[in-house]
Write a protein that binds this ligand. Structure first.
Ligand SMILES: Nc1ncnc2c1ncn2[C@@H]1O[C@H](COP(=O)(O)OP(=O)(O)OP(=O)(O)O)[C@@H](O)[C@H]1O
Ligand SMILES: [Mg+2]
Length: 211
């Protein structure tokens, strides 16, 4: 049995991750490839409960370290119970966010020690790494417009992390750049400011080395 491929999508809110993942899922299915999509945090019952805790903005929001550990607990559960079994059975896994979001948000964004994050994350993932990571990059102004449009369309409002402010989002973007620079073989940065079709074309191009 040939092991499945593990592809992750990263980038700030509203950059188009979920949109492009849906397209890639349909594309792979059409090619006869078994594929599942997971989202972070979430993807198992326990991890979805943790997702709910993280998005809670009431009177006792998680402190930075609690936030990190909740994210990692959710990831550990997802890796062990969903991602590894799928890959071992030949199924491809597309994940809407993964470890790089931890480094970007909790490390570069919140300022937690990157070395600590590295060790803790590797422990949570049982050392699993994506075969390919697509970093969708858009200027924050464009992402904010897309988010507003989506909120109108879906009648939802921004959550605690989405409301973190411009300075935080600038740090995030810098963090993602630094990660991409450090791991050029794994992470491909895609300019996601164009139309959905343009971004999709770039996604397809970067997949060539996997298919
Ligand atoms: N290339 C694009 N051009 C214009 N609008 C887009 C593009 N890609 C996605 N959108 C729209 O922008 C909004 C955000 O896209 P999407 O939900 O895919 O982003 P996301 O990265 O998954 O965001 P989040 O991190 O909040 O889950 C959606 O309303 C989507 O339809
Ligand atoms: Mg999304």
């Amino acid at each position: 049995m040939k092991r499945g491929r593990f592809i992750t999508f990263e980038g700030g809110e509203g950059c188009g991750k979920s949109t492009q993942i849906k397209r890639l899922e349909a594309f792979l299915k059409e090619k006869g490839i078994d594929v599942i999509v997971t989202r972070e945090p979430g993807g198992t019952r326990l991890a979805e409960l943790i997702r709910g805790l993280l998005k809670d903005e009431k009177d006792d929001p998680p402190c930075d370290r609690a936030e990190l550990l909740l994210f990692l607990a959710a990831r550990a559960q997802l890796v062990k119970n969903v991602i590894i079994p799928a890959l071992n059975s030949g199924t491809w896994v597309l994940s809407d966010r993964f470890s790089d979001s931890t480094f970007a948000y909790q490390g570069y964004g919140r300022g937690l020690d990157l070395e600590v994050l590295k060790i803790a994350n590797e422990f949570a993932c049982d050392s699993l790494k994506p075969d390919l990571t697509l970093l969708l990059d858009v200027p924050p102004e464009i992402a904010a417009l897309r988010m507003r449009k989506r909120e109108e369309e879906t009648n939802t409002s921004a959550d605690r992390i989405e409301l973190a402010g411009d300075e935080f989002h600038r740090k995030l973007r810098e963090g993602f750049y630094a990660l991409a620079k450090a791991e050029k073989d794994r992470i491909t940065t895609i300019d996601a400011s164009g139309t959905q079709d343009e971004v999709w074309e770039a996604v397809c191009k970067s997949l060539k080395r996997l298919i």
